[in-house]
Design a protein. Sequence first.
Length: 81
Amino acid sequence: MPGPGLAGFTTLDILVHGWDLAKATGQPTDLDGRLAAHVLGFAAQALATPDSRAGRIGPAVPAAANAPVTSRLAAFLGRHP
């Protein structure tokens, strides 16, 4: 895997599982907006098809277009913000 792809998936993995832990323990789940937007853009490209998500990421759940970017990222990754 090319370095930028590996870096993108590593960052996505750390952020989403950090979000999961924060949510599960009642901690704040907001991420830096610029970082969350960047990772959402990467995820939208890298995980655009059901085949690219298969076995790793569940289907996206609805999120309002004006929801905070962290909520949109979590929803895109199958979480319920």
